[in-house]
Design a protein around this ligand. Structure first.
Ligand SMILES: NC(=O)c1ccc[n+]([C@@H]2O[C@H](COP(=O)([O-])OP(=O)(O)OC[C@H]3O[C@@H](n4cnc5c(N)ncnc54)[C@H](O)[C@@H]3O)[C@@H](O)[C@H]2O)c1
Length: 251
């Protein structure tokens, strides 16, 4: 029996990186998956890949900054598959790098809107949908949500916020059988970190690699394995936690 047999899952940021790897793994483990992202072409490609291997999924174009879009996403999953069991709130951006005094207010708001308010927007509707039957919500924070990040104050603040939101909601909703946890990835080889839009040049990348005990960046699939565990009944006693998968960077 697969780990997520008959479960219904939403994955935001499902078109790329950690979200993509998780959507594929969820489907492989028997879940029917709503792949949500702003990147329609890449999201549809993930759905096609799931369908090619006999899984079930659909794409929903979603900007997590928009409350209505998040409401429609949850409704679409429930309308199509009958219920919602799992939500991986993972869409995020890195934001610009620079001293706090130089962060433009618009940039600050953008990072907080996507990384923190986006998780909140999704959770509001997911919690309503899950309240009667329970479920598992996993929110993507970061190791930058556990420690300060010189040059990345907006990102770090947003990820600290995700952990606070996760903990508070976990305490509220445990009695309804809803478990809520945060994932704290270290450095993962996704477009955010290694693509052309990455803030890190070769030298910075090498310096980051040296902070890992395993002397390498992680793969998105290695984060997806933790998300799978948190989504599945195997993690039945885990709620309100933050789960670090960082090759020892914060050790
Ligand atoms: N890659 C890392 O090293 C790392 C480390 C710690 C945490 N994270 C977090 O992991 C999550 C996934 O990042 P990734 O590394 O896979 O990056 P990625 O860039 O590969 O994927 C992010 C996805 O989010 C989508 N997205 C961005 N804004 C959105 C919005 N407003 N609404 C809906 N979708 C939106 C993008 O289109 C993209 O598909 C993010 O929350 C990121 O902060 C990443």
């Amino acid at each position: 029996m697969t780990l997520l047999h008959n479960k219904v899952a939403i994955v935001t940021g499902g078109a790329s990186g950690i979200g993509r790897a998780t959507a594929l793994l969820f489907a492989q483990e028997g879940a029917r998956v709503a792949v949500a992202d702003m990147n329609e072409a890449a999201g549809l490609a993930v759905v096609a890949q799931i369908e090619q291997t006999g899984g079930q999924a659909f794409f929903q174009r979603t900007d997590v900054r928009q409350d209505l879009a998040c409401s429609e996403l949850v409704d679409a999953a429930v309308d199509r598959y009958g219920r919602l069991d799992i939500a991986f709130n993972n869409a995020g951006v890195s934001g610009t790098v620079g001293l706090t005094q130089n962060i433009a207010l618009a940039e600050w708001r953008k990072v907080l809107d996507i990384n923190l308010t986006g998780v909140f927007n999704c959770m509001v509707h997911q919690l309503r949908a899950m309240k009667a039957r329970g479920g598992s919500i996993i929110n993507t924070a970061s190791i930058m949500g556990l420690q300060g990040t010189p040059g990345g104050a907006a990102y770090s603040a947003s990820k600290h916020g995700v952990i606070g939101l996760t903990r508070s909601a976990a305490l509220e909703y445990g009695k309804y059988g809803i478990r809520i946890n945060a994932l704290c990835p270290g450095f993962v080889a996704t477009p955010m970190v290694v693509g052309p839009d990455s803030h890190f040049d070769d030298q910075a990348t090498q310096a980051l690699v040296k902070t890992t005990a395993l002397r390498r960046f992680g793969e998105p699939e290695e984060q997806a394995q933790m998300v799978l565990w948190l989504a599945s009944d195997k993690s039945s006693y885990a709620t309100g936690g933050h789960f670090v998968v960082d090759a020892g960077v914060t050790a």
